[in-house]
Write a protein that binds this ligand. Structure first.
Ligand code: GLN
Length: 244
């Protein structure tokens, strides 16, 4: 009996060790990797970008292993709430509405909603969008603002920005409302498109974390502050957004 207990003890210790020893805690980040330069899939099939690098730097500070899950943008908040992911970093704008379902970290970047049009478009200002066919990425702030202001019947939703821009190229819509940095990437990758000078909305980007996980929120903010103070965040942003 004693021997059996001793054996049981050893087995239990081994199980505990497999679960805990050596294996770092994992920080599971959700994103939508169609949003360059914040997150996109590179030529090696890896998810890279500003958000991925900031998350990796934070994880390192917290002694955690970073795992990135790619999902639709409009599933991210539900995934945070259900704890399928620990954190969402996706060029996500802080809004009062979203704050009802998740906590936001301190902000780490600014975004601007801009308007992409064909070079010869008659659309010159935000007012000209009235009655036009507007393309957006589903569930984004661009989608929410345009639906509020111009009516759902004038807004065409696409699963990502590239699909919206493709529809613009095909003449199916008159413009695309999207964040400025992805907009620059999409315009560069296509001919005959331009970004209007007018800024449709100014926004702050932050990470979304479950309201129940205040410990992670505190740790994330602390690590982020250190990374801002020592210039790491600026360096990451400058790497992906070269000064013009
Ligand atoms: N900043 C926008 C938002 O939060 C778009 C983000 C995105 O498409 N990844 O809604």
């Amino acid at each position: 009996m004693k021997k059996l207990l001793a054996l049981l003890f050893v087995v239990l210790m081994m199980v505990a060790c497999f679960a805990g020893c050596g294996s770092k805690d994992t920080l599971v980040m959700g994103t939508n990797a169609t949003f360059p330069p914040y997150e996109y899939v590179d030529d090696n099939g890896e998810i890279v970008g500003i958000d991925a690098e900031i998350a990796a730097a934070v994880a390192e500070k917290l002694g955690m292993e970073l795992e990135i899950k790619d999902m639709e943008f409009d599933s991210l908040l539900t995934a945070v709430q259900s704890k399928t992911i620990d954190i969402a970093l996706a060029g996500m704008t802080v809004t009062d509405e979203r704050k009802l379902s998740v906590n936001f970290s301190d902000t780490y970047a600014k975004g601007v909603q801009v308007i992409i049009v064909p070079e010869n478009s008659a659309i010159k200002t935000v007012d000209d969008l009235k009655g036009k066919k507007i393309g957006v990425q589903t569930g984004t702030t661009g989608d929410i603002y345009c639906t509020d202001e111009f009516g759902q019947e004038n807004v065409n939703q696409y699963q990502n920005g590239a699909l919206a821009v493709a529809a613009l190229n095909n003449g199916q819509i008159d413009c695309v409302v999207i964040d400025n940095e992805p907009a620059k990437n999409f315009v560069k990758a296509n001919t005959g498109l331009k970004i209007l000078d007018t800024e449709y909305a100014n926004e702050d980007y932050a990470a979304a974390i479950s309201k129940e996980n205040t410990e992670l929120l505190e740790n994330f903010n602390k690590a982020l502050k250190e990374l801002k103070d020592d210039g790491t965040v600026d360096k990451i942003i400058a790497k992906y957004i070269p000064a013009e």
